[in-house]
Design a protein around this ligand. Structure first.
Ligand SMILES: Cc1cc2nc3c(=O)[nH]c(=O)nc-3n(C[C@H](O)[C@H](O)[C@H](O)COP(=O)(O)O)c2cc1C
Length: 395
């Protein structure tokens, strides 16, 4: 996520869900996004501008006559400097003004002056939202080339009724903003990512597995989707939420993972196998729970699972194949040997003891031509972008 210095103009209007925007500003700042908050007078009745000033570390603009610098006409200047404009929540009143070109406050003036992309999040009582006037205003806005109007969520509304009109949660709005700001260098590329552990069941309640959390693979899938790729994520059991804009396929065993990846593999450009797939499975599966008294559990006979990456490399045509090597010793040599033996184009190597379960990773990226990059320990989200950068150099 390379968003440092990217600037968002965040227009906040007078709806009950303004409280959610405090958390949104915090999340945006955490992602290194520079946020300039513009509030309507009505919005300041719900949350004080002081809260947004502290969270955004910038003065909040409300009136068209708020000049930060003597020589600037602020709404025009702001409109020239921003990478994206977001309106959340957008009241029925402000939607009507946008649709009709009314420019009677700082926010509506800036909206007209802004030529970049504007993302609007309507939020209101469901009757207000369904009203033909609001719907007409929304369809006018949808016809503006630079404006995207998001669907409100359904659920319980502040007014006590249930229906359509809820502002999405701050995390979802933040993810949409990050998506909008991300460089789309994987546009048109089809990427298949595997993640997580596999489970090899002995009986319905026992299995062989490993401590993979899936965080690395999910981070790669998320980053690829943000960068414009069409992404499939085939995942073993994890506690993670499926990333947005990703086709998510849940599997359990290595054989299921093989089946699902094989089905998709022929139609993708890039395969990134970050799953920690079990090499072996129990030879027999007991459909009933094996009782403590039984002797069978004393010895579990194993048989080999399919080597997914090796099998897919055999049938690969144009695909760029990336594998992972989680080693406990001789990381570089073992990873190179694995890459060559399994005919990968690139391998990401790490110390298994440093990678599992953690939010950070320290990896070595090795290309088949021998080019090698040693990366310092960094958050898995950043490792994901580094991996995609290396792939983009070769495809
Ligand atoms: C308690 C309360 C909650 C409100 N919530 C909303 C809302 O969620 N959505 C909306 O469109 N209007 C809501 N309104 C009405 C707006 O505040 C009103 O239309 C106002 O003029 C909007 O001004 P603005 O668009 O300049 O911010 C609410 C009003 C009150 C008093």
């Amino acid at each position: 996520m390379r968003l440092r210095g990217r600037r968002v103009l965040l227009g906040v209007t007078g709806g009950i869900s303004v409280y959610k925007i405090c958390e949104l500003v915090r999340l945006l700042k955490k992602s290194n996004i520079d946020v300039q908050v513009l509030m309507t007078e009505e919005a300041t009745k719900f949350v004080s501008p002081e809260t947004f000033r502290v969270l955004s570390q910038r003065e909040v603009l409300i009136s068209t006559f708020d000049y930060l610098e003597a020589s600037r006409v602020e709404h025009v200047q702001l409109a020239q400097e921003a990478d994206l404009m977001v309106i959340a929540p957008a009241t029925a009143n402000t939607l009507a003004k946008f649709a009709n070109g009314i420019a009677d406050n700082m926010l509506t003036c800036t909206f007209l002056a802004y030529k970049g992309k504007v993302v609007v999040f309507p939020s209101m009582n469901s009757n207000m939202y369904q009203h033909p006037a609001t719907q007409r205003n929304i369809s006018i806005l949808k016809n503006y080339k630079n404006v995207e109007v998001m669907e409100p969520a359904s659920g319980e509304l502040a007014c006590g009724v249930s229906g359509k009109g809820r502002l999405p949660e701050p995390e979802e709005i933040c993810e949409e903003i990050i998506f909008q700001l991300s460089v789309k260098d994987f546009d048109g590329k089809k990427v298949l990512v595997t993640a997580g552990p596999t489970r090899e069941h002995i009986d319905p309640v026992r299995f062989l597995s490993n401590p993979s959390s899936g965080k690395m693979g999910y981070a790669i899938a998320k980053a690829a989707a943000r960068r414009g790729a069409d992404v499939w994520l085939v995942s073993g059991p994890t506690n993670l939420k499926a990333p947005n804009r990703v086709r998510f396929i849940n599997v359990c065993s290595a054989r299921e993972m093989f089946e699902e990846t094989r089905k998709i593999f022929s139609s993708v450009d890039i395969l990134i196998m970050s799953a920690a797939v079990a090499d072996y499975r129990p030879k027999t599966f007991s459909s009933q729970k094996i009782k403590k008294e039984e002797t069978r559990l004393k010895v579990i006979e194993l048989e080999k699972n399919p080597d997914i990456i090796l099998e897919l490399s055999k049938i690969k045509s144009h695909q760029f194949v990336v594998g992972f090597a989680a080693e406990t010793e001789e990381v570089l040599n073992n990873a190179k040997e694995k890459m060559n033996r399994k005919k990968m184009d690139m391998i990401v190597a790490n110390l298994a003891t440093q990678a599992f379960q953690k939010d950070t990773n320290k990896v070595i990226i090795i290309h088949k031509d021998g080019t090698t990059r040693f990366l310092p320990e960094m958050p898995k989200e950043e490792v994901a972008d580094e991996i995609l950068d290396e792939i983009s150099l070769k495809i």
